[in-house]
Design a binder for this molecule. Structure first.
Ligand code: NAD
Length: 286
């Protein structure tokens, strides 16, 4: 283990000796090693007619209102891509961390790929603050209830495939029959508590004894607010990312914090192994 990795493990162990949460924030970077592209590369582009759309254009209410069937087709293809992927060792390590720490652990994820839950993190200790590709809800907001994507649509969807009229009819709100939408937070929308755990996430930031940030660029507002709150309280931060970003900048300002410059798979499993020690070893042999 490198000097910085040992320092990170000591920071988490010291935090465990105090009260408070080991708060983990993840972004698209933790799923990059499962083969799911982040939004920083060109992979997310989608062609409709003669035009290429970026994820930032398609993941909007405006796009959904003007071409719902195209936006649905893009989401069903993204969902299929995520279903074809598997959780990686960094996801597995966070499951071990939760099993070792119980209620001292809380995971806030920006990922909509569902890989944390598929790996085995519990839904009660995982806040999916940008939603999940496996869920739909009413586009007219008749309630904040969410429902699974209808089974009849399957879990595969090749790129460019459009929905048939019959498939579109399946995507209806079970309650009021209005068109259903993907349960994700779009770039032109706001966080709330009922659907995206906004206040609960900020409260968690105030209860953190250590803050582990993995694979996020810091381009979205709630994660940044959480980071700033944690930094203001001088809570130890451990930031894992191949590139410097606003979180690594915060980590350099806060005492007892460290920036682990590299991939999630390089640092997270080893960190968890060191932090959990015997408890992790015991769990693995069971
Ligand atoms: P982002 O695409 O903005 O940034 C990804 C970050 O991951 C970058 O900082 C990059 O340096 C880092 N990274 C790349 N490879 C890494 C690795 N192997 N290990 C660790 N870090 C790595 O992603 P974001 O910050 O999560 O935010 C963008 C938005 O896009 C979010 O709203 C998110 O919901 C959505 N998104 C989700 C997924 C997913 O669910 N897997 C994928 C793409 C985008």
């Amino acid at each position: 283990m490198s000097g910085k990795s040992s320092q990170a493990a000591s920071l988490v162990k010291n935090a465990l000796a105090e009260d408070g949460l080991i708060l983990v924030l993840t972004g698209a970077g933790i799923s990059a090693e499962s083969g799911i592209p982040t939004f920083r590369g060109p992979e997310g582009y989608w062609t409709i007619g003669s035009r290429n759309y970026s994820p930032m254009e398609l993941a909007t209410r405006t796009a959904f209102d003007s071409m719902p069937e195209h936006v649905w087709s893009w989401y069903l293809n993204r969902r299929a891509f995520c279903h074809a992927a598997s959780p990686n060792p960094a996801h597995a390590a966070l499951v071990e961390l939760e099993q070792a720490l119980g209620d001292r652990f809380l995971l806030i994820t920006q990922n909509v790929d569902g890989l944390h839950l598929r790996a085995g993190n519990s839904s009660s200790r995982t806040f999916q603050i940008h939603g999940c590709l496996d869920l739909i809800r009413c586009s007219e907001e008749c309630s904040s209830a969410v429902y699974p994507v209808p089974e009849e649509l399957g879990t595969t969807w090749e790129e460019g495939r459009e929905l048939t009229a019959a498939e579109l009819r399946l995507l209806r709100c079970p309650k009021c029959k209005a068109l259903a939408r993907p349960h994700v937070l779009w770039f032109d929308e706001y966080y709330d508590e009922a659907r995206f755990r906004f206040e609960s996430s900020l409260r968690a930031a105030d209860k953190a004894a250590a803050f582990l940030v993995i694979g996020t660029s810091g381009a979205t507002s709630l994660p940044l607010q959480i980071g700033e709150r944690v930094a203001k309280r001088r809570t130890s931060m451990i930031v894992v990312n191949p590139e410097p970003n606003p979180f690594s900048a915060l980590a350099t300002q806060v005492p007892r914090s460290v920036f682990l410059e590299g991939k999630a798979g390089e640092y997270v499993p080893a960190l968890v192994e060191t932090v959990c020690g015997d408890r992790v070893g015991k769990h693995r042999t069971n």
